[in-house]
Design a protein around this ligand. Structure first.
Ligand SMILES: Cc1cc2nc3c(=O)[nH]c(=O)nc-3n(C[C@H](O)[C@H](O)[C@H](O)COP(=O)(O)O)c2cc1C
Length: 182
């Protein structure tokens, strides 16, 4: 049987992104009977419905990547108490053309990562709201809010806090169980 694919989507384009650091850690502990694929959203053309007749290659690629994944792990920063525009753009692009929502019916996990102690709660929950309409099924428990992230990483962006390592393992196990239900 072919391996299931877990698509990882990071809502920060920053080279030294803390979200990317946490996503890399989760990818590194994902069991080898799953394929992990980082889905690039940084090069995506901004959504414009006028382009739908002849969609940019970047849109077609994202839609294919989304369709071929069995589930998604989203790692998102909080920008002004919501999700970053680059992530909203990706959600919009793969939700169209009308009637061809590539996300529909798929399971997902949300991990919000922030410098602050509120831990991206606003972004985490705005993403859940969008999932409702896109028919993406979020893992409900446990929830994953990674706050004060700089205190958890070493100088090279490696996650070294053992409590967070252990929590992310628990989270990943729950997410994999969730994917297996679909
Ligand atoms: C435009 C902008 C808005 C931000 N708004 C918030 C916010 O609402 N809440 C928060 O906790 N951090 C906020 N931050 C700080 C981010 O948490 C911080 O930049 C974090 O490092 C972003 O994640 P990254 O390291 O993965 O890029 C904001 C940063 C930017 C650039």
């Amino acid at each position: 049987m072919s391996k299931k694919t877990i698509g990882i989507i990071v809502g920060s384009l920053r080279k030294e992104s803390f979200n990317k650091a946490i996503a890399n850690y989760v990818a590194s502990i994902t069991p080898s009977d799953y394929e992990v694929k980082f889905i690039d959203i940084g090069g995506l053309e901004i959504f414009n419905q006028d382009l739908e007749g002849n969609p940019p290659a970047s849109w077609t690629k994202l839609r294919e990547d989304v369709k071929s994944a069995d589930g998604f792990l989203f790692f998102t920063p909080e920008y002004n108490r919501s999700i970053p525009a680059v992530l909203k753009n990706a959600l919009d692009v793969a939700s169209r053309p009308y009637g061809e929502n590539s996300w529909a019916g798929k399971p997902a996990g949300i991990v919000s990562v922030s410098l602050g102690s509120i831990a991206g709660f606003g972004a985490n929950h705005h993403l859940r709201q969008i999932f409702t309409f896109l028919d993406i099924h979020p893992l409900q428990q446990p929830e994953a809010y990674i706050g004060d992230v700089t205190s958890l990483l070493d100088g090279n962006g490696n996650l070294v806090n053992e409590g967070t390592q252990s929590f992310l393992k628990t989270y990943l196990d729950a997410f994999i169980n969730w994917v297996e239900k679909f």
